[in-house]
Design a binder for this molecule. Structure first.
Ligand code: KG4
Length: 308
């Protein structure tokens, strides 16, 4: 059983090999929406309420009992301390009570291996873009558990840039999904926004983007063209990420790119990266997306050379 409570979702899943027998997620999005972001103390309390029902439902959906489990894996870092400790304490309790091994999992390592769930094994080396609310890193995975960070953000994460921009425009959370919904039909060239540090092939920077969005919002006042600004923000982030990821991919010689973390749900990003990969299409090499996130956010997985 895998258990996760690092931020605002309480999740439990039963996995056999790479096959997912159940995946139950209790999301706190609706609760945090009224505060405009995740409130750590409230998140921890909501995890306390959700953790046991979620674990029980994961067993029920998988049609197994506690006695059938062979081990417990739990996200133990990084994340919100109060939120993390709920999953860790519940997992320790189960492992002691049931006499099962307990494995602490680094949150980012969980992202990196997620494309292998319900899927074929990945070729090595492969490259992964981790783009979430707290992290933006390009990782070259040379072999199982052998990672090299080949690029990372100097300041804000890509998801954070989406979230802060959405907040400045008064849109809901998660900000990336809200911007993606508002962007279609908008003019991505209406608001010129910075691309971070274009001359640094191994670094991203998104802190200037939120300042530029703030200035655009203040300058436009009630005349703000929300769809245009959303399209411009999405284009700035997708452009900044995809140029460097594709260049690093080419340099690495790898023919497999994985896209993981919440921002992997962004269709524009998937399409740009998919179009830039000159891989032979599925069967030989794949661009992996993170379908779990897509399902959680109600997006259909993109087809056509993209699998995961
Ligand atoms: O991986 P994740 O669920 O949680 C962690 O941060 O670990 O990622 C959350 C991030 C948020 O910043 C959210 O705005 C972003 O993923 N996100 C999206 C989309 N859906 C969620 N960003 C862009 N487009 C989306 N459709």
């Amino acid at each position: 059983m895998g258990i996760e409570s690092s931020c605002d979702e309480t999740a439990a899943s039963v996995v056999v090999g790479s096959k997912v027998l159940s995946s139950v997620i209790a999301s706190q999005t609706a609760m945090h929406e009224k505060w405009g972001g995740v409130v750590p103390e409230a998140a921890a309390r909501a995890h306390v309420e959700a953790i046991l029902p979620v674990i029980l439902e994961a067993l029920e959906v998988a049609k197994i009992g506690f006695q059938d489990l062979a081990g417990i894996a739990v996200t133990n870092r990084p994340g919100l301390v109060g939120a993390l400790s709920v999953g860790v304490v519940a997992s320790k309790m189960l492992s002691l009570e049931l006499g099962l091994p307990l494995i602490g999992v680094h949150h980012l390592e969980g992202h990196l291996v997620s494309p292998m769930l319900d899927s074929e094994p990945l070729p090595y080396p492969h490259m992964s873009l981790i783009a979430s609310g707290g992290h933006t890193e390009v990782v070259l995975v040379r072999a199982p558990f052998e990672y090299e960070i080949v690029a990372e953000t100097l300041d804000d994460a890509a998801g954070e840039a989406f979230d802060k921009s959405a907040r400045l425009m008064g849109l809901g959370i998660p900000g990336g999904a809200a911007i993606q919904r508002a962007a279609p039909g908008g003019n991505p060239r209406r608001y010129p926004l910075p691309r971070g540090v274009p001359d640094h092939p191994d670094a991203f920077s998104f802190s200037g983007l939120k300042t530029a969005v703030l200035r655009a919002v203040e300058a436009a006042g009630p005349d703000l063209a929300v769809a245009d600004l959303c399209a411009s923000v999405q284009e700035a982030i997708v452009d900044a990420l995809s140029r460097k990821v594709l260049a690093l991919l080419e340099q690495s010689g790898s023919s497999c790119l994985c896209l993981v973390g919440g921002v992997a749900a962004n269709v524009a990003l998937r399409e740009r990266l998919g179009a830039g990969c000159d891989f032979p299409l599925p069967g030989d090499a794949l661009l992996h997306g993170q379908r779990g996130h897509d399902r959680a956010r109600g997006l259909a997985p993109t087809r056509g050379g993209i699998s995961g």
